[in-house]
Write a protein that binds this ligand. Structure first.
Ligand code: AMP
Ligand code: MG
Length: 404
């Protein structure tokens, strides 16, 4: 029994409607974790000149053709070139240049021999076997050719990317701005952490859960406040958020009860409703809409439902806002370490942790999988998908899942 739209279809609907935010140039030192907005091409060859990968002697390979233990060849040393210096003398027949790792190959030389393979004095070096032309030379551009694409746009800037940018002398790379995601809590019973917990009230935990979840996605949370269960109050915060933010998350009031006012508030705020409810447990209740390219993601007030629906449906769209080229989480197959003994008439997401200790991808489930208990999601790093129509799932069952 599928009551509402497939969560992957819901996710794709949102992805198709949003575009990455604008871009800016920022200092290299501030780039970690941001999304690169331009492909980086090599401005120079690496290495920039033919160089020696070893300490040894550079010379003409032709001088060594007849070299053997019985008939060694002795060459006159012209000079010594350490890394950072440049050769001043051309290697002609019968001569060699003492060269150190990283130093440029002198004019005329076409091979390097490691010093361990030679006998040498300050004036001469003796070679006991032929060396081929090109041996032990790293040619200019061998590591990276000028003009080659080093990395494409749309990736998160990590240590390797930063180093690559620096190696190209790029001081201020072009990155995507950080999308701003407005967070609104709704419900007459919801009060802020820090105030006294009076009868009938609960703390606004969703505010903090979603703040963290939005940061995980590379976005900046903007807290807009709590509205009670009245459509005008919620609409007021939505209108404010739509002027300041690139998208909005709300929690509470998305079911069909007398006090569920969020969809009506969306309409009051001029938000076009895209869909209400997805085939997902926990996380079925939701209301998604859009205004002027800005998504309004109305999640359930139930803490676990809200977070699971967020990961499954909303977060990829937020990641697309950040400029990420591949915002949909990759699916992997995992074998369950423990079973789950409830039926799944609709699609169910089981939260858990990836376990690689047995040499294959496995997943451990916390006992509690309900829509209220949030503490069972602590430390979870993946969700497994139980297809609609499944019975209870035994330990060892293989399921598709995605990493959070
Ligand atoms: P609702 O989605 O409005 O039907 O709320 C479902 C449940 O989530 C109710 O028990 C609410 O009290 C609870 N809830 C609503 N908003 C929050 C919030 N901001 N933080 C924690 N729990 C909430
Ligand atoms: Mg409510």
């Amino acid at each position: 029994m599928k009551s509402s739209i497939d969560f992957k279809m819901a996710r794709q609907t949102l992805l198709d409607l949003v575009e990455p935010v604008k871009t800016e140039h920022i200092e290299l030192s501030a780039c970690t974790g941001r999304v690169l907005a331009e492909a980086i091409t090599a401005a120079e060859n690496v290495p920039p000149f033919d160089r020696s990968p070893y300490d040894g002697y550079a010379f003409r390979a032709a001088d060594s053709v007849n070299a053997s233990k019985e008939t060694p060849v002795t060459l006159k040393i012209l000079e010594e070139v350490p890394a950072g210096a440049v050769p001043t003398k051309e290697c002609v027949a019968g001569t060699a240049t003492k060269i150190l790792t990283g130093a440029p190959i002198p004019e005329g030389a076409d091979a390097v021999i490691m010093y361990e393979r030679t006998e040498f004095t300050c004036e001469t070096v003796t070679i006991f076997a032929p060396v081929k032309s090109g041996d032990n030379i790293v040619y200019a551009g061998e590591d990276v050719k000028c003009g080659a694409i080093l990395t494409e746009a749309g990736g998160i800037i990590d240590a390797g990317t930063i180093g690559t940018l620096a190696s190209q002398g790029i001081e201020k790379p072009l990155v995507y701005k950080v999308p701003k995601i407005g967070i609104i809590s709704t419900g007459n019973e919801v009060i802020e952490v820090g105030s006294e917990l009076i009868p009938g009230k609960i703390y606004n935990s969703n505010r903090y859960t979603l703040t963290a979840a939005v940061r995980e996605a590379g976005c900046e949370p903007v807290y807009l406040g709590i509205a009670g269960d009245d459509s005008e109050g919620i609409a007021k915060l939505l209108i404010q958020g739509l002027t300041e933010c690139d998208a909005i998350l709300t929690t509470g009031g998305v079911s069909v009860g007398d006090y569920d006012m969020t969809p009506a508030a969306m309409e009051l705020a001029g938000v076009e409703i895209l869909f209400r409810g997805v085939d997902l447990k926990p996380g079925m209740a939701c209301a998604y809409g859009i205004k002027d390219g800005r998504l309004v993601c109305g999640l359930s007030g139930n803490p676990a439902s809200a977070l699971i629906n967020y990961y499954a449906v909303a977060q990829p769209a937020f990641k697309k806002l950040t400029g990420l080229a591949n915002p949909i989480p990759e699916e992997i197959e995992v074998a369950l370490n423990n079973g789950f003994n409830k039926k799944s008439p609709g699609t169910r997401l089981l939260r858990g942790t990836l376990d690689l200790s047995q040499g294959e991808a496995r997943m451990s489930l916390p006992k509690e999988q309900g829509n209220v208990m949030l503490n069972s999601i602590i430390g979870c790093n993946m969700m497994a998908i139980v297809p609609a129509g499944s019975g209870s799932v035994e330990a060892g069952t293989k399921l598709k899942g995605f990493l959070l």
